[in-house]
Design a protein around this ligand. Structure first.
Ligand code: FE2
Length: 303
């Protein structure tokens, strides 16, 4: 594993540049250190992502989301993404990265590398379970409601737009509420096109496994609109599933705490950017002073 870490400083297509981890959010994914005895008798340590259970019992969201749906969705689909990811990354340079880093690296500016779908789906599903709670729904409050009113006009207008995004995502995918606070150039992204407007709430829909982390947005809320998420309970009635999700399942407390974390991270980044800018300006000034001293010496000698 030490060798894999050292290779990060070389030119690996898999691994992020220095400082990359600082830009990534954490979902508190834990890697489980597993010791494997090799044929030679030496012990190799490798990282392994674990399938975390939902933060409530499997039947806790009934009657809005059935235990049967959970048993398939979490127990089969989510499990398969985690298991397949572990198989794909074991022994590779990705083995030591956080799940978020694996997603960003394998997104590869839209040219997806093989582990991307399993990594992103593993992340998306945990985020989805944590976006819901028993007795959810209702309305948000505080800063979150203030920003929703500012950026969408009203809570009702936000709900309408979010439902429309989820209902119109063609085929499999996700709808998201995200906090956008970046000014990055993501020219290779086709959905959505980032604008110059910073620090606002946005609704985006994404195909397959893609999530807003790949555009450096902070996801706040998601709904899974793959058919496996609702077919057992709602058959093909996706709009009914979306309405129940918004009215009975959303955990606005989770969304609010994610917003708080995203804003704190954005503020921290700004401070760091300002610090780096100051350092660069000071270095530039120091360089000028050295040049001026050299010029003065040369003039003096010429006289
Ligand atoms: Fe799913």
């Amino acid at each position: 594993m030490a060798a894999a870490t050292a290779s990060a400083t070389l030119f690996s297509p898999f691994l992020p540049s220095p400082g990359f981890h600082e830009s990534c959010r954490s979902l508190n994914w834990r890697t489980h250190k597993k010791q494997i005895a090799s044929k030679a008798g030496t012990v190799k340590v490798t990282a392994k992502f674990e399938l975390n259970p939902p933060p409530y019992p499997m039947n806790a969201l009934e009657p809005h989301m059935s235990r049967t749906t959970f048993e398939y969705h979490w127990g089969k689909h989510h499990r398969a993404y985690v298991d397949n990811l572990n198989k794909q990354i074991v022994g590779t340079e990705l083995d030591e990265l956080t799940l978020e880093d694996i997603i960003l690296v394998t997104y590869n500016q839209g040219n997806l590398l093989p582990p991307f779908n399993n990594a992103a789906q593993a992340w998306n599903h945990q985020f989805f379970w944590e976006s819901m709670k028993p007795g959810g729904g209702g309305q948000p409050s505080g800063e979150l409601l203030k920003l929703i009113n500012r950026d969408f006009g009203s809570f009702e207008a936000f709900v309408k737009e979010f439902k429309a995004a989820a209902a119109t995502q063609f085929g499999s995918g996700w709808a998201w509420l995200a906090y956008k606070a970046n000014r990055l150039d993501v020219g290779n992204a086709s959905n959505p096109h980032p604008s110059d407007e910073d620090k606002k709430l946005v609704i985006v829909k994404t195909p397959n496994a893609i999530n807003p982390l790949v555009w450096d947005y902070s996801p706040l809320l998601t709904i899974d609109v793959w058919e496996h998420a609702y077919y057992l309970d709602f058959r093909n009635r996706r709009p009914d599933y979306i309405s129940i999700f918004m009215e009975k399942l959303v955990s606005w407390e989770a969304v609010s705490s994610r917003l708080e974390a995203a804003q704190a991270q954005a503020a921290e980044r700004e401070k760091e950017e300002e610090r780096k800018k100051r350092e660069e300006e000071e270095e530039y000034q120091d360089g000028n002073e050295v040049r001026e001293m050299y010029v003065e010496t040369t003039d003096s000698e010429a006289d």
